[in-house]
Write a protein that binds this ligand. Structure first.
Ligand SMILES: [Cu+2]
Length: 151
């Protein structure tokens, strides 16, 4: 009986270490899988560059990279907005917006990704573009700029 119990002991001793190896393997697979998923989603969120009249704008918590955009009236433009913030930002979750009410133009960029909107500014004038997602919304002067539509 004693020798039988002793013969079983090694089996019982190896199982916790086998469990540890298995747990480690599962964690490695999960980490690699998550990294791979993030990589794929980061690349797939990028929209292909449209052919003409594309204006690249980037936004972070500090504001837009430009305060003034000049375009010609009656010509379609594509605004490609890139968010430089990651999803860990509590304010807006890393998303930013670029919108001009007068032309019904609005685009929201995902965290560390970009997104595009195409519209035709059909009225000469000076308009405000803004982000209404972060930093207190459009009341915040840092997340604003001027769209100038020229004749
Ligand atoms: Cu913003």
């Amino acid at each position: 009986m004693k020798s039988h119990a002793r013969r079983n002991q090694p089996v019982r001793q190896t199982s916790p270490s086998r469990l540890r190896t298995l747990t480690f393997a599962v964690i490695v697979v999960m980490v690699l899988g998550t990294a791979g998923y993030l990589l794929v989603s980061a690349f797939s969120s990028k929209t292909p560059a449209p052919a003409a009249n594309t204006i690249d704008i980037s936004a972070s918590m500090g504001g837009f990279n430009t305060n003034e955009i000049r375009v010609k009236v009656g010509q379609p433009i594509t605004v490609r907005l890139t968010s430089q913030d990651n999803s860990h930002h509590t304010d807006g979750g890393g998303q930013h917006q670029w919108a001009v009410d007068e032309f019904g133009a609005s685009v929201i960029a995902p965290p560390l990704g970009n997104n595009s909107v195409t519209f035709t500014p059909d009225k000469v004038g000076t308009y405000t573009f803004y982000c209404d997602i972060c930093c207190g919304g459009r009341a915040n002067p840092t997340m604003q700029g001027t769209l100038i539509v020229e004749a």
